[in-house]
Design a protein around this ligand. Sequence first.
Ligand code: GTP
Length: 298
Amino acid sequence: MTEQDSRCGVVAIIGAPNAGKSTLVNQLVGQKVAITSAKAQTTRARMLGIALHGNTQMILIDTPGIFSPRRKLERAMVSAAWEGTQAADAVVLLVDPIKQRRHELEPLVEALSKRPERKILVLNKVDKAKKEPLLELAQELGAKAEFSQVFFVSALTGDGVPEMKDELAGMMPEAAWMYPEDQVSDASERLLAAEITREQLYRQLHEELPYDSAVRPESYTQRADGSVEIRQQIVIGKASQKPIVLGKGGSRIKAIGEAARTELAEILGQKVHLFLHVKVSENWDEDREIYEEIGLDY
Ligand SMILES: Nc1nc2c(ncn2[C@@H]2O[C@H](COP(=O)(O)OP(=O)(O)OP(=O)(O)O)[C@@H](O)[C@H]2O)c(=O)[nH]1
């Protein structure tokens, strides 16, 4: 496609943890690229999805949560999130109208109102939200920052998403595509693989899993027989947490690895050999190397 008849640009999606950013990115791309989980703050790395719409390519930046940073890890997430909006051709402010506390939203909308990028306001989870408070919230936020459009969507069911995608595509500048058509995600496969294991950790350990855990990609090797060998390290903060992750006779980690392997094989379309091991590393969230591996600036 030539530059004359194609469009290409960057869309930054910002919003509170659990607003539904990952779910929305998956809808826009049409394939699972970002990990959804009911637990807040799961998107640590900045995952990139690529959505296509006619002759338009949209590079989606799925930014980590940018609310009330307390620890170093959270502060790094905030700066990554704002950095993400700098090169954007459009900014989507995604709001969960049911759970979002308004006083937390105000500083963000204020910061946004000072930014030059074109913005759209997207109120998510309309499948669950009541209509009246929804309209009220849209009006209230619209008065605080200039949004070129407001959309009411359900990222879960896809309701309202095509209209929103249409509008976003129109906001992209005329330019040649940055990525080949078949490349739906720029997130490296090894990072995606680590995210999938981390999602299984959350799913299978629920409340037992401490927040200060991470999955580090160690190696990703294509084997001659067409399969892929993936090695990952599960990093935890305290030795006392190790038996929780391992389970009785190693049963828990085996189940986590099995579920992650099955999902990965499906996404990658090839046979996967997944090797997990647990490493105890106190204060890992102050460790520069781990930040770089999971895609954040230290
Ligand atoms: N009912 C309903 N639930 C939704 C909708 N969109 C997302 N969710 C749910 O909200 C939760 C959070 O969604 P995510 O997509 O993981 O949210 P996120 O904003 O990426 O969260 P972080 O990774 O913490 O930044 C998940 O349980 C989703 O299934 C929606 O439109 N309707």
